[in-house]
Design a binder for this molecule. Structure first.
Ligand SMILES: Cc1ncc(COP(=O)(O)O)c(C=O)c1O
Length: 408
């Protein structure tokens, strides 16, 4: 900086130096870091000013945090200060330094990006299904011919009480292991294995019901909770719409926007529709800790059930990528007036399959021609009928102009 001042002086351009700027990084969670930076920058400004450089603006850059998890702590997804405290600290510290150094106070400028934009955008997406659902509605009736392990699991399941749930859990785990070993050695039939597994999960479910009445879940049962949780499949791509959840484990407030008068009875993690095993969300906000599950309502295929991913307005859309070729989602621009009435201003359709494919240098005509060539060959070899080939080609044609996500 001093070298720059020398150059400006030599060129008689020192009056062009009007702003001192710094940026300490994004999502600063601890106010002490901000205070330290302001004090340092304040001193630099004052010393410059005293040396005759007429800097008029002090630009504090960005960094003002967003309290994603609501915990008001210096945890990564939070901040231990408010915007008011930030403003107070900036103004007070700069003013004190200026008075001390007897220089005029500068005009303060900030470039807070995240704190200004995070709130403007919410991703809304529908739950499509519940994957790997453990069938708790299947009842097992014993014929008496089952392997003894199945009988043991049945007794464990029948005998679960609030008092013996720990013992029951240990027994259930042991018998399940035995069941698998015997199956692998060829001593248990497929039917018995299925019965045994259902009984094991039924016993776990009963144990979980008792656990719900405890103030705190003992550590050894945490795994059980995890195993009994459901995986809700949501019509979105983590990599396109909430990439920071995957990249830096950032937490976002996620909640259902349906059935809010009903207590959610399930616990779930979320999976997206990319075929990437990282396309999931398994960490959720919690006031004291990170939650591994999100309380959700039981999913009914006949009813729409949408989730909102809040505070995604800062950086998620720009960071989002085309992983697995899922494009940008539809956007709806909504205005809220002073009486909290909402109005849709505009609707911007999301990207189509052909558009996303064109980013990868595959053009619509070229793809369709390729498909048609293959179909033609198949028709010539009598593998596909002419009408069938036409219908397949048509399906591709239609699909290319559609959205990359699942549509009703
Ligand atoms: C120079 C500069 N100013 C401001 C910002 C905005 O930062 P934030 O969104 O953390 O407020 C950035 C972001 O990296 C930056 O590089």
């Amino acid at each position: 900086m001093l070298a720059a001042i020398e150059i400006l002086k030599a060129k008689r351009m020192l009056d062009c130096l009007v702003m001192l700027h710094f940026h300490i990084g994004s999502q600063i969670t601890d106010i002490r870091k901000i205070k330290d930076a302001i004090r340092e920058a304040g001193r630099v400004y004052a010393k410059l000013s005293r040396s005759g450089v007429e800097v008029r603006y002090l630009n504090l850059g960005g960094g003002l945090g967003v309290d994603y998890d609501g915990s008001k702590t210096s945890f990564d997804s939070s901040m231990n200060y408010t915007v008011q405290e930030y403003a107070n600290d900036v103004v007070y510290n700069i003013k004190t330094i200026c008075e001390d150094e007897k220089v005029p106070v500068p005009t303060l400028v900030t470039e807070s990006g995240r704190a200004v934009t995070a709130y403007h955008s919410v991703l809304v997406s529908n739950v499509l299904d519940v994957a790997d659902k453990i069938e708790q509605d299947k009842t097992v009736t014993l014929s008496g011919d089952e392997n003894h392990v199945v009988r043991e699991l049945y007794d464990v399941y029948k005998g679960v009480t609030a008092k013996n749930m720990r013992e029951s859990y240990h027994d259930a785990l042991q018998y399940k292991e035995e069941l698998f070993t015997l199956f692998n050695l060829g001593y248990v039939s497929l039917e018995d294995r299925s019965k045994g597994e259902i009984l094991f999960w039924d016993a776990c479910d009963r144990i979980r019901r008792h656990l719900k009445n405890l103030k705190e879940i003992p550590e050894e049962f945490e795994d059980l909770e995890r195993q009994l949780s459901d995986k809700y499949v949501v019509n979105f791509s983590v990599f396109q719409s909430v990439p920071d959840s995957w990249a830096i484990d950032q937490l976002f407030p996620i909640l259902p926007i349906h059935r809010l008068r009903e207590k959610p009875g399930e616990i779930a993690t979320l999976a997206d529709i990319t075929c990437d095993s990282d396309g999931k969300i398994e960490k959720f906000i919690d006031l004291r800790d990170i939650k591994e599950f999100l309380p959700l309502h039981s999913f009914k295929r006949s009813q729409p059930y949408y989730l909102a991913f809040c505070l995604v307005g800062a950086y998620q859309d720009v960071l989002g990528d085309l992983h697995n070729l899922f494009g940008e989602a539809h956007e709806v621009l909504v205005a809220v007036d002073e009486e909290n009435r909402t109005r849709i201003l505009d609707l911007l359709p999301g990207e189509t399959c052909e558009r996303v494919l064109s980013y990868m240098n595959y053009e619509r005509a070229e793809i369709l021609e390729g498909i048609w060539k293959q179909l033609r060959k198949a028709v010539d070899k009598d593998k596909v009928r002419e009408a069938e080939a036409k219908s397949i080609a048509k399906d591709f044609e239609v699909a290319l102009s559609h959205y990359t996500y699942l549509e009703e």
